[in-house]
Design a binder for this molecule. Structure first.
Ligand SMILES: [Zn+2]
Ligand SMILES: [Zn+2]
Length: 338
């Protein structure tokens, strides 16, 4: 019996290259692994970073894609929690060791041996993706599959800080950068109960941003406009990956407020100490989240019908989709359909 599985997808073969049709073989499935037939896969900016080897962690050829939703088509003999036919999602992580202190305390995304879906292995711009059962997150009934993919990376990246920072429904909050991540952050925080201020330099988006649930939109390029919320915000989430005048935003924080970044700014953040000391403020950051928090987020999304605004491309037009994203044209998240 041939127990190998042939996977068909799209791979990049050199930094900044185009994706090309690509097939590869998966060995016999491991006891704790599951195979997912990918229905949709979101396109995240981290896919572009990996295609370009921006972080020095890319192995070529690479099949990118780490926001998959689809159906379980095969399970190893000791896979738990999911069965063939279940609808599941998988994001940045595809396995963790399940016995280290991080895994044992429910923080699987901090596992030192965690497997990242597109680091040293292939992801979801393909018909099948494989991973450990623990990261094949069961999707709640009634979820819109065509829009759910981006929740598995983009969504959880901005949902987790709300939990990690203990944001309260009575809080006034801010979101910097209203793109793929930021527009989901506005929706989450609004449904959480918060008053949301959006900071965006793109005036053409301001009306849309109010419709997403922002109480006010501030032109972040205008220092005077930022005065409107001086000392008022309990929590500010930054989703941008470029350096900003951070002191301006720290001045918008209320006493003991937190500026939290999920945007990967490669340059050091310049933070004057007095802007933290006066008001006992904090600067923090966070990565993705554990499977349990992802499940909590998915339930919250179905309860409140929170989805990204998506633009759908067929999988075979993946290069066009990537160009659309890198040219800054995505409104607001691109999804590839198999
Ligand atoms: Zn572990
Ligand atoms: Zn991502």
């Amino acid at each position: 019996m041939d127990s190998k599985t042939t996977v068909t997808g799209y791979a990049v073969k050199a930094p900044k290259g185009q994706l090309e049709p690509f097939t590869y073989e998966l060995p016999e499935i491991g006891k704790e692994q599951v195979d997912i037939r990918v229905a949709y896969c979101g396109l995240c900016y981290s896919d572009v970073n990996m295609i370009n080897n921006d972080w020095g962690t890319t192995h070529y050829p690479l099949v990118p894609g780490h926001e998959m939703v689809g159906e379980v088509i095969r399970t190893g003999s000791e896979a738990k929690g999911v069965k063939v036919g279940d609808k599941v999602g998988m994001g940045w992580f595809s396995a963790s060791c399940m016995h280290c202190p991080q895994c044992m305390s429910g923080q699987h995304h901090f596992c030192a041996d965690a497997e990242q879906t597109i680091v040293g292995r292939h992801g979801g711009f393909a018909d099948i993706v494989r991973g450990h059962w623990s990261w094949a997150i069961p999707l709640p009934a009634g979820i819109d599959l065509a829009k759910a993919g981006p929740l598995l990376c983009g969504g959880i990246t901005v949902f987790n800080p709300i939990i990690a920072a203990g944001v309260k429904p009575t809080d006034k909050v801010g979101v910097i950068g209203i793109g793929g991540l930021g527009h989901l952050a506005i929706r989450f925080l609004r449904h959480w109960g918060c008053e949301v201020t959006a900071f965006s330099s793109n005036k053409s988006k301001h009306d849309e941003i109010r419709e997403m649930g922002a109480t006010r939109v501030i032109d972040s390029t205008n220092a005077d406009d930022l005065q409107a919320v001086k000392g008022q915000l309990n929590f500010i989430l930054s989703t941008v990956n470029v350096p900003l005048d951070w002191e301006r935003y720290l001045n918008c924080l209320a006493l003991k407020g937190e500026l939290h970044t999920v945007g990967v700014v490669l340059e050091p953040m310049s933070i004057p100490a007095f802007s933290l000391i006066n008001g006992e403020k904090k600067v923090a950051g966070s990565p993705s989240a554990s499977p349990a928090v992802i499940k909590t987020m998915l339930d919250f999304c179905v309860r409140h019908q929170i989805y990204p605004t998506v633009e759908e491309f067929p999988m075979e037009r993946v290069n066009e989709a990537i160009k659309h994203l890198t040219e800054g044209k995505a409104r607001y998240r691109v999804v590839l359909k198999n």
